[in-house]
Design a protein around this ligand. Sequence first.
Ligand code: DX5
Ligand code: ZN
Length: 213
Amino acid sequence: MIVAPSVLSADFSILGEEIRAIDEAGADWIHLDVMDGQFVPNITFGPPVIKKLRKCTEKPFDVHLMITDPDRYIQDFADAGSDWITVHYEAATHLHRTVSLIHDLGKKAGVSLNPHTPASVLEEILPFVDLVLVMSVNPGFGGQKFIESSLKKVSKICDMAKTLRPDLIIEVDGGVTDSNVQMLADAGCNAVVAGSYVFNSPSYSDAVASLKV
Ligand code: DX5
Ligand code: ZN
């Protein structure tokens, strides 16, 4: 299991130190939640902040864009040092073009689905993407309860990927803890995002280790 702590629940006044700490704690990727106050009812940070944070770790930056019309900013997020760039299916009108743009910039491309969006919408785009990010909460905030039906969605995507994209990363984001990570792995998930579970834990390394199933 790839473990990607989300810094959304970190102390933003010492973000660089928090990133160094989760790097040392064994995080595989650093998950960065970008919110625009339009696609989701919250605002976080953008490319200039990511660019500064790039100096704090060599771990891959897993950038989750919760923004409308993401094409406008793909170049900026690539230049800032993103490794994985994930856009929302619901926010991109010309998704194939967006995915191509991410690849043209030498980055890995992901597509995220909100809880209400069925796995079936992925059929045509799946051969072109490197990662699917299944939202197991409604995006916008950390610390929400895991939506159980996400497990079934992960299984469906896993089945689709067998023929359409065998090396697909299926990442799950929202309400992930040590109590549901094994079920997620059994369903076919091979990467998890965890915000509040890791950052509210007294030991980041114990929390990260408990997710490596
Ligand atoms: C929610 C974000 C998540 C969030 C997860 O919109 O995409 O990455 O940080 O937080 P937890 O793990 O607390 O549910
Ligand atoms: Zn996220």
